[in-house]
Design a protein around this ligand. Structure first.
Ligand SMILES: [Mn+2]
Length: 405
C-alpha cells in the first residue's frame, strides 16, 4: 500500500503585507500555495499511490475563492482519471457551515461529514483499508473527538484523519486529543493536520503532522511538504517530500565594527553573495553588534533604509534568490540603566504595559489581519516590544546627555 498524507494546503492565502516585493516575486508568492499543492498531486500521480488523504485546511478561508475551488476541482479530476481516491476532512479554516461550494467534486473524492465517518477502500492488490475522520462543522471543535472514532476495523489497514491539537486542559478549540487515546484505537497511522510545523508524535504506529505544504509567514520557516507513506512488513513508513515554492528563513549576520549605513550595505551585499538560496527565500535578517549613530539607527528601524537597499540591489538579491522582508538590529541584552527615571517605577510600568491584553487592545481590529495575527501568535512579542522600548529610551537618554554637554 502506498498513499500520500498532506494537510493545511491553505489555498489562496492572501500574503498580505508583502506589497514591497518586486512584482514577479510577489506573483510567485501569491501563487505559491497552488504551486506547492500541485507538487502533492504530481507526486500522487508519479508514485501511482493508492489514495491521498488531506487532513483539513485545504482552503485558507471558509469563503473559498472561486480560483481555489476551480483549482482543486481540476487537480482532483487529474487524480480521478488515474483512479486515485482522495479523502478530505475540512478543518477550522474551511469548516463546513461556511462553505459555498459551487461545483460537485469528481467521483473519486470523499468529503468526510461533520461526525466521524469511516470510508473503506479495496486496493488494486486486494488489500482493504478503513479511513476514519470528520470535517469541522464550525470554526471550533472544543470537545474530544476520540470517543466517536471506532477501534481498528476488520480491514487490513486502518488510518485515522484528525485536524486538531493535543489537549492542554484549557481553551482547547481544535478537537483536543491525547496521543494515548489515539494509540488506544490500534490504527496503523494517524494523519494529523492543523499544526503547520511538521511533527512526529509517535514513531510506530506513525502519528504525525504533515505540516503545511507552503509556509505563509516568517514564523513558518524551513522546508514544507507532505508524506509519502509506504507499507512494509505490516507497518507504515512515512517519507517526507518537499513542496514549497517559496521558503521563509531567519538569519543572523554579525557586523562587528560597522558604524555607518554605507558599511552595512557593503556587508549585506557580501553576505548575499556568500549565502545564495536554492529556492527563492524570504529572509528576516538580524544584524548583531551594529554601532550606528541614533539617526541612522532610527532610519534602519523604520525600514526606510532597507527599502532603499532593496530598490538599489535588485540584481544581487535576485542572484542570491533572497529577498529581505526584515532587517533588525539585535538589541543588546543589558538592562535599562535609568538614572533620571526611577528604575522601580519603570519596571512596574513595563510589567503592566507590555502585556498581550494591552497589545491586543492597542492594535484593535488590525490584529485580526492574517499577517498580523501570525505576528501576534508569537508569545515572545510583549517581551520583544518591551526590549525595543527600553533600547529606544536608552538611546533617547543618551541623546539628551549629548545635547546637554
Ligand atoms: Mn492550518
Amino acid at each position: 500500500m502506498k498513499f500520500i498524507h498532506a494537510a493545511d494546503l491553505h489555498l489562496d492565502s492572501p500574503f498580505l503585507g508583502l506589497t514591497g516585493l518586486p512584482s514577479n516575486l510577489l506573483a510567485s508568492v501569491r501563487q505559491s500555495t497552488f504551486t506547492a499543492a500541485t507538487q502533492v498531486f504530481d507526486q500522487a500521480l508519479a508514485q501511482q499511490v493508492d489514495f491521498v488523504v488531506l487532513a483539513g485546511d485545504l482552503f485558507d478561508r471558509a469563503e473559498q475563492s472561486v480560483t481555489a475551488q476551480a483549482y482543486l476541482f481540476q487537480q482532483f479530476d487529474r487524480l480521478n482519471q488515474a483512479q486515485i481516491p482522495v479523502i478530505v476532512s475540512f478543518g477550522n479554516h474551511d469548516y463546513l457551515a461556511d462553505q459555498h461550494q459551487t461545483v460537485a467534486y469528481p467521483a473519486n473524492v470523499t468529503v468526510l461529514g461533520s461526525t466521524v465517518t469511516t470510508k473503506t477502500l479495496t486496493l488494486r492488490d486486494g488489500e482493504t483499508v478503513a479511513i476514519s475522520g470528520f470535517s469541522y462543522p464550525q470554526r471550533w471543535v472544543p470537545t474530544d473527538p476520540l470517543p466517536d472514532f471506532p477501534v481498528h476495523a476488520a480491514t487490513d489497514w486502518h488510518i485515522g484523519m484528525l485536524h486538531g491539537a493535543v489537549a492542554t486542559g484549557s481553551d482547547d478549540h481544535y478537537a483536543p486529543f491525547t496521543v494515548a487515546d489515539l494509540l488506544s484505537k490500534r490504527y496503523d497511522y494517524w494523519a494529523l493536520g492543523h499544526i503547520h510545523h511538521r511533527q512526529v508524535l509517535n514513531q510506530q504506529p506513525p502519528i504525525l503532522y504533515a505540516g503545511n505544504t507552503q509556509g505563509r509567514a516568517i514564523n513558518e520557516t524551513g522546508e514544507k511538504g507532505a508524506y509519502l507513506v509506504t507499507s512494509d512488513h505490516g507497518q507504515l513508513h512515512p517519507q517526507f517530500f518537499d513542496t514549497a515554492a517559496i521558503l521563509w528563513a531567519t538569519a543572523t549576520l554579525d557586523v562587528q565594527g560597522t558604524t555607518s549605513l554605507t558599511a552595512l550595505g557593503t556587508q549585506l551585499t557580501a553576505w548575499l553573495a556568500a549565502q545564495p538560496a536554492e529556492t527563492p527565500t524570504l529572509t528576516a535578517l538580524t544584524v548583531t553588534h551594529l554601532a550606528l549613530a541614533p539617526g541612522d539607527l532610527a532610519s534602519l528601524r523604520q525600514g526606510e533604509w532597507l527599502q532603499l537597499y532593496l530598490r538599489t540591489h535588485a540584481r544581487q538579491l535576485k542572484a542570491a534568490q533572497r529577498y529581505l522582508v526584515a532587517l533588525t538590529p539585535a538589541i543588546p541584552a543589558q538592562p535599562l540603566a535609568a538614572p533620571q527615571l526611577d528604575q522601580q517605577y519603570w519596571d512596574q510600568g513595563a510589567d503592566t504595559v507590555f502585556t498581550p491584553e494591552n497589545l491586543q487592545t492597542t492594535f484593535g481590529k488590525l490584529a485580526q489581519e492574517p499577517a498580523l495575527a501570525a505576528w501576534f501568535a508569537n508569545q515572545n512579542r510583549p517581551a520583544e516590544l518591551q526590549q525595543q522600548a527600553e533600547q529606544m529610551l536608552a538611546e533617547l537618554m543618551g541623546e539628551e546627555d549629548h545635547d546637554a554637554s
